[in-house]
Design a protein around this ligand. Structure first.
Ligand code: FAD
Ligand code: SIN
Length: 531
């Protein structure tokens, strides 16, 4: 058997995307930070962020207008106090990112702000069309230069360690750390005064997604298993324009393209978005994704088309450098050709119920970034509000952690490997992965119904039974950990969708096409509800 180890730190941060990285930068001067991720920086949603970060920096714009746009996109479900606080911090976040070395695109004397759908002003600060990568690289330079930060790559968090799991009262549950699978295959015990989950989204639960492999909902599933509530997980955002490329790899095509003039057309060249919303291609994302889905179903086509020609060659070459290069790589010249597009699973608006400071119902456990649900996005996130939320949460979480005092170091039991037998084949894991993604894509996509959700729930229940019996009898591996988590977040999405007896924002049900007068969050509590 392999050697087991224990390590203690002040701050254990799980996830090094925008949320985790800025938190590490801010906490580093105050104690020992262990920052872990399950792949390099490129295996995070942050790395792939294109359009930019929404913030009121232009004199002609106002926080009031950013608030109004966010609330309108959120279909009545946003928490207005949260929206105000986040929008109000936009300028300060941009200033901080600039101070930390983010090279935002500029005009002569000001930031070059781009426009995205459902924003009534140019408000999106960007670094060409690869904003997340640039922000992350700036933050990484600080993280990796600080002596207090141990940045462990390719380490996979398995489960949280809580006082309730160790026999304490569930009413006064406290997080004391996490079990982490190290690259050699051993599960180590990390204890910490404060544990911060910043593990990103859940896109891999669907077959077609803009998200990288890391997005398997690990933090959401871990926090749920530990006893935290999940909120609004029916609101999976589908990005309207993902390259349709059945022969090869796909990519998201930033909404800034439409902001700068690109059009959506069918095979015959007809613009169809105005049939669905007066803002046409610049309608909120849920409307545009549903419009594309509907047009595809109506015409039996595999895709619709993005026409980027109105943007002009000059802007394409300067602002959309990466998009242009990658499209050229698959034989599409966006200055001349139409780009085939389909909607793809993109962003989880729900997550673990948390304050803007990341605080959860478990003491000393915080959930930040895309894994958290703060009430900012409501039923549909406004474009480019996510990076902003990640960074605001990092700021606020730091303040909360520092005000929270430290926990005395506590020994936790080592990972139990008794009863584990060798794994002879991995194929059951692969099959279950495929089944979950097919189930979610077939039954819990852009348009839902009671019957589709029932079918999904039944299938997921069966798959979960198989996973659980496999999980406790075989050594943990990254694939198995992710599979278990994927099955849990899939179930949470379906259960939330079943609770919502209306259509609102990203959740559209053919059985309840209308919107109820009162907007109410969906909240799931562990240990309640039918299995
Ligand atoms: P992530 O950046 O996803 O980071 C998650 C981290 O957690 C990773 O380091 C991962 O390795 C780690 N991790 C996960 N599970 C484990 C585990 N079990 N153990 C250890 N580590 C783990 N938003 C905008 O505001 N503007 C945009 O322009 C924009 N464009 C986007 C484009 C694309 C293609 C995508 C996919 C998203 C885009 N978004 C955009 C959304 C935004 O990028 C994300 O919501 C945001 O980056 C999430 O940041 P995060 O820090 O919460 O998580
Ligand atoms: C995009 O660039 O279209 C993505 C923006 C976002 O998801 O916020």
């Amino acid at each position: 058997m392999t050697e087991q180890r224990h390590e203690h730190c002040d701050f254990l941060i799980i996830g090094s995307g925008a949320a985790g990285l800025l938190t590490a930068v801010k906490l580093a001067p105050h104690g020992k930070v262990v920052l872990i991720n399950k792949g390099g920086f490129s295996n995070s949603n942050t790395y792939y962020s294109q359009g930019g970060i929404a913030a009121v920096v232009d004199e002609a714009d106002s926080v009031e207008s950013h608030v109004a746009d966010t609330i309108a996109a959120g279909a009545g479900l946003c928490h207005e106090d949260v929206v105000r606080e986040v929008a109000g911090m936009g300028r300060a976040i941009i200033d901080e990112l600039v101070a930390l070395g983010t090279p935002f695109d500029t005009l002569e004397t000001s930031l070059d702000l781009t426009r995205e759908a459902a924003h009534s002003h140019r408000r999106v600060a960007h670094v060409q069309d690869a904003t997340g990568k640039a922000i992350g690289q700036a933050l990484l330079r600080h993280v990796d230069a600080h002596a207090n930060v141990r940045h462990l790559q390719n380490h996979v968090a398995v489960d949280l360690i809580t006082s309730a799991r160790l026999g304490g009262s569930p009413q006064h549950n406290t997080c004391i750390g996490a079990y982490i699978l190290a690259p050699g295959g051993e599960v180590k015990t990390f204890t910490a005064s404060h544990t911060i989950l910043a593990t990103g989204g859940v896109g891999k639960v669907y077959k077609v997604t803009t998200n990288p492999h890391a997005a398997t909902g690990d933090g959401i599933a871990m926090a749920w298993r530990a006893g935290c509530e999940a909120m609004n997980m029916e609101f999976m955002q589908f990005h309207p324009t993902c390259l349709y490329n059945p022969q090869g790899s796909t990519m998201m095509l930033t909404e800034a393209l439409r902001g700068e003039g690109a059009l959506l057309v069918d095979r015959g060249g007809r613009r169809f978005c105005f049939d669905y919303h007066e803002a046409g291609e610049l309608a909120p994302r849920d409307v545009v994704a549903r419009a594309i889905d509907h047009e595809m179903k109506k015409s039996g086509s595999d895709c619709m088309f993005l026409d980027a020609r109105p943007i002009g060659e000059d802007k394409i070459r300067h602002q959309f450098v990466n998009t242009n290069q990658r499209l050229l790589g698959v034989g599409i010249d966006m200055s001349r050709d139409l780009i085939p597009v389909v909607p793809a699973a993109h962003y989880m608006c729900g997550g673990i119920r948390a304050g803007l400071d990341g605080a959860t119902s478990i003491a000393h456990l915080y959930v930040i970034g895309e894994s958290a649900c703060t009430g900012l996005h409501g039923a549909n996130r406004l474009a480019s509000n996510s990076l902003l939320e990640c960074l605001v949460m990092a700021e606020k979480c730091t303040a909360r952690v520092l005000a929270g005092g430290s926990l005395p170091e506590r020994k936790a039991p080592q990972w139990d490997t008794s009863g584990i037998r060798p794994e002879f084949e991995r194929v059951p894991i692969k099959h279950n992965w495929d089944e979950i993604r097919a189930t979610m894509s077939n039954y819990v996509g852009i348009v839902r119904s009671n019957e589709r959700l029932r079918r999904a729930r039944r299938r997921l229940h069966l798959i979960q039974e198989e996973i659980m019996s496999y999980y406790w009898q075989h050594p943990v591996s990254q694939e198995l950990i992710e599979l278990r988590n994927l099955s849990i977040v899939a179930e949470l999405i379906v259960r939330c969708a079943q609770q919502r007896k209306e259509s609102r924002g990203l959740h559209y049900s053919t059985d309840y096409p209308g919107t109820l007068p009162a907007a109410v969050d969906t909240i799931l509590t562990p240990g309640t509800g039918t299995p």
